[in-house]
Design a protein around this ligand. Structure first.
Ligand SMILES: [Zn+2]
Ligand SMILES: [Zn+2]
Length: 374
């Protein structure tokens, strides 16, 4: 299937219309018409090759919602017309202990799970393209059911941002009445504040953006601390039971260690570039653990989507047209973004598909030489 998307032909390029071939629907797969796609900070890292693993062309987007347009043989989970969400993965081995338990994100198959973009896909190990495109193809196991009670435009950011912060709350057993710390209140952090409250925790948000304080309180945070203000930091010393660090670039943790209670955990979810810098003394004396967590499994993604629908928890979004994507990337790159999350209304791509397809750069899909998943 010929698909139109937005992506970068090489590392230094802006995102431009690209025309590429998506593989035909195979058994067990569904194809969908993408209606909205959230913009995640990972999209920016991937197109700029900040993680040193990008293949080009690179078409990002892993906060996807769309309508099923075709189903392959053997599909039982979805039918044509269903609205489904797709997050950071499109395939995995489905056989290892982690996949069987619903943690496909930690698949121990030969090459782990297949990421929605920049991941190798069976049968030939070709590079995957994400949701900044008119259509997607995904194994049915990786689609989540969108409850009727949620407006589809809010679904995308729940697929990655909400799942990424919700999974550690479950794993580290955040309990009612405990205090959750959230460092960095952007796409991930603003969902963490709301989900922490939904689970009955007290929430202390740490931000460097003084102008966001009221907006963060409006999300439900019990306290908002400007982390550069020593007095404010002192006022929350030894008060946090679990801290989710959502900052997507290298940063220091020294000033965060004193806010942790003894025997607690700081979970890094946003920064894969460099280990956070800190002097380990307070960690040793207070038996504080510094841990990492990667997105969430499909089961957790469905659970958090259902929770958001039931409790009317919504990401704060600014809807944009696909043509605005380079401006949004620039804001995210400079960390001067004042929105919590941008979501692309893909109608802006569908409506111009006829014209853009003729102008778009035709690209060939690179093969990574690794075959994973089923
Ligand atoms: Zn993401
Ligand atoms: Zn597996």
């Amino acid at each position: 299937m010929k698909v139109l998307g937005y992506g970068t032909p090489s590392t230094s390029d802006l995102l431009v219309p690209l025309s590429f071939e998506r593989e035909d629907l195979r058994d067990g797969e569904v194809s969908l018409n993408v209606t909205y796609c959230g913009v995640c900070h990972s999209d920016v890292h991937q197109v700029h090759d900040d993680w040193d693993n990008s293949l080009y062309p690179c078409v990002p987007g892993h906060e996807i919602v769309g309508e099923v347009t075709a189903v392959g043989d053997g599909v039982t989970k979805f039918k044509i017309g269903d609205l489904i969400g797709v997050g950071c993965m499109v395939n995995s081995c489905q056989e290892c202990d982690y996949c069987r338990e619903g943690y496909e994100n930690y698949c121990q198959g030969p090459k782990s799970c297949t990421l929605t973009y920049n991941g190798p896909k069976k049968p030939d190990g070709s590079n995957t393209y994400g949701g900044y495109s008119t259509h997607m193809v995904v194994r049915e196991e990786f689609g989540v059911t969108v409850p009727d009670t949620i407006d589809p435009k809010y679904v995308g950011p729940i697929m990655c941002a909400a799942t990424t912060v919700y999974a550690p709350m479950l794993h580290w057993k955040l309990e009612q009445g405990q205090t959750l710390g959230v460092l960095g209140v952007g796409g991930l952090g603003h969902m963490a504040v709301q989900l922490g409250k939904a689970l009955g925790a007290r929430v202390v948000a740490f931000t460097g953006h003084a102008d966001k304080q009221q907006a963060i309180r409006d999300l439900g945070a019990d306290r908002v601390i400007i982390h550069t203000d020593e007095e404010q930091m002192k006022s929350v010393e030894k008060s946090i039971d679990l801290l989710i660090d959502t900052v997507p670039y290298p940063h220091e943790l020294d000033k965060l260690l004193p806010v942790m209670k003894t025997d607690t955990t700081i979970v890094v979810v946003g920064n894969f570039i460099e280990f956070p810098k800190f002097v380990p003394g307070p960690m040793v004396f207070e038996r504080i653990q510094i841990a990492g967590s990667l997105i969430g499994g499909v089961k957790e993604t469905q659970e958090v989507l259902n929770l958001c629908a039931e409790r009317d928890i919504k990401p704060e979004i600014k809807i944009i047209d696909i043509e605005e994507i380079n401006d949004v990337f620039e804001l995210l790159r400079r960390n001067s973004d004042h929105e919590f999350r941008h979501v692309i209304d893909m109608a802006s791509l569908h409506e111009r598909a006829g014209q853009l397809t003729s102008e778009a750069k035709q690209v060939k899909t690179p093969v990574r030489g690794e075959v994973v998943g089923r």
